[in-house]
Design a protein around this ligand. Structure first.
Ligand code: CA
Length: 232
């Protein structure tokens, strides 16, 4: 959304300017920093809506900046990595970056990712007027509404926004049965024109991610003739 603030931390001047130009052209307010220390200071000072963070930076590298920021805030962080091997560290729980692109990247792709992250975080903050840091738990499933992340045991779940909302709805009301229409209304809104099979499709996708055997679900239970329930 135009007007949202994007902090870009990148020491290659040409790339920094190119990024700045492109984000500004999309209507974002752009803040820049050319090293890790400056980046961290700027993030603390300005509370941006998104941080684009290079890994190889003078003074404080992107790994450190990411680790520190993640402890202090839930701002979405998109990391620019130079090597494929860095990716595991970047997206791992260790650092908690939300997404990454590998250099050289296409500006179009980067902008698309950034837009998606900004949209997600805005939706998350609008959808959950809950206190910061609220956790939903059911067995070994843990959902963090503030950071919009979900985990199954120690594994982080890669959920699309609707899947996340659906899982959060079911887990927050575990043991309670929902009809398809109720789910549609909660997640898609009153004016959604579509049919209840949309819910079934999302349930199926979600089961593939949270059930040991999606064909014989133990967590998200079908209640014949009614709908679904998350097993308490
Ligand atoms: Ca660099």
């Amino acid at each position: 959304m135009p007007g949202q603030r994007v902090l870009i931390v990148e020491d290659e001047e040409n790339l920094l300017q190119a990024l700045k130009y492109n984000f500004q052209r999309e209507g974002y307010q752009v803040l820049t920093a050319a090293d890790g220390e400056q980046g961290l200071a700027s993030a603390r000072e300005t509370s941006p809506d998104l941080v684009i963070l290079d890994v190889m930076l003078p003074k404080l590298d992107g790994f450190e900046v990411c680790r520190i920021l993640r402890r202090e805030t839930n701002v979405p962080i998109l990391v620019l990595t130079a090597k494929g091997e860095e990716v595991d560290r970047v997206v791992g729980l260790e650092l908690g970056a939300d997404d990454y692109v590998t250099k050289p990247f296409s500006m179009r792709e980067l902008l698309a990712r950034a837009r998606a992250m900004l949209r997600r975080s805005r939706m998350a903050s609008e959808a959950s007027p809950s206190p910061r840091g609220e956790l939903l738990k059911a067995g070994d499933i843990e959902i963090d509404l503030t950071s919009h992340t979900a985990r199954l045991g120690r594994t982080s779940l890669e959920l699309k926004p609707r899947e996340f909302d659906l899982l959060a709805l079911l887990v927050a009301n575990k043991g309670r049965a929902f009809t398809r229409d109720q789910v549609l209304e909660r997640l898609w809104g009153h004016d959604y024109v579509g049919d209840a099979r949309t819910v079934d499709v999302h349930i199926r996708w979600l089961r593939e991610k949270v059930e040991a055997d999606p064909g014989r679900p133990k967590r998200i239970i079908t209640i014949r003739g009614v709908g679904y329930r998350f097993e308490a």
